[in-house]
Design a protein around this ligand. Structure first.
Ligand code: DX5
Ligand code: ZN
Length: 225
């Protein structure tokens, strides 16, 4: 990644302690997180069930961090209006559940949110070629979605390189995000491959000092430019 690119660290709400959500969000904000990543799962597209508009609205009231909403649901368009209203800054949808991807991305933009597209580990980067110029964010999954705390799939690094090349070829200024298994050990290779935005759930929330962990993750990128 070029030295001009800003590193964004997006801790995942999935790993937060919901008994003390207000404190956790304040801690992330004070600790220098750039975004809050919100994993919406429907128990159909992925084998887990998480949050809806009410939780997004609650987070919106508790933090000033932009809410980076990752929709792991079938028929994601059903939720665009309510999630935009609840305060999502970014709505990112899976190519695997979006047969009318271009229309769906345009609708997200109409609602005033950033429009993101995400690909599972088995989905080729090439599937985003024809919408690359329309994206505000391209998200490469580096685990199979559904759960926090999984192991990073090593082939994701090369996939990030291909995603970076695709965005560059399209003249797109989209952010390139990576999600799943990001730790001090995996983040540097992703940054070098061209990612600029990093979701981190387990790494941040299982650390003794989450704020220090956010700083350490960021430093692992800066070190290498
Ligand atoms: C996985 C989610 C991720 C997850 C990341 O389905 O999309 O955002 O919370 O968690 P870690 O960083 O623990 O792999
Ligand atoms: Zn996610």
């Amino acid at each position: 990644m070029s030295s001009a690119a800003k590193v964004r660290i997006a801790p995942s709400l999935l790993s937060a302690d919901f008994g003390r959500l207000k404190d956790d969000l304040a801690m992330l904000e004070a600790g220098g997180a750039d975004w809050l990543h919100v994993d919406v799962m429907d128990g159909v597209f992925v084998p887990n069930l998480t949050f809806g508009a009410k939780v997004i609205e609650t987070c919106r009231a508790l933090t000033t961090l932009p809410l980076d909403v990752h929709l792991m649901v079938v028929e994601p368009e059903k939720y665009f209006d309510s999630f935009a209203k609840a305060g999502a800054a970014m709505l990112t949808i899976h190519v695997e559940t979006a047969p009318h991807l271009h229309r769906q991305l345009m609708r997200i933009k109409e609602l005033g949110c950033g429009a993101g597209a995400v690909i599972n580990p088995a989905t080729p980067v090439e599937s985003l070629r024809d919408v690359a110029a329309d994206l505000d964010l391209l998200l490469v999954m580096s685990v199979n979605p559904g759960f926090g705390g999984q192991k990073f799939i090593p082939g994701s690094v090369e996939k990030i390189q291909r995603a970076r090349a695709l965005l560059n070829a399209a003249g797109s200024r989209a952010l390139l995000e990576v999600d799943g298994g990001i730790t001090r050990d995996t983040i540097t290779a992703c940054w070098r491959a061209g990612a600029d935005t990093f979701v981190a759930g387990n790494a941040v929330f299982s650390a003794k000092d989450p704020a220090a962990e956010i700083a350490a993750l960021r430093a692992r990128c800066a070190e290498t430019v």
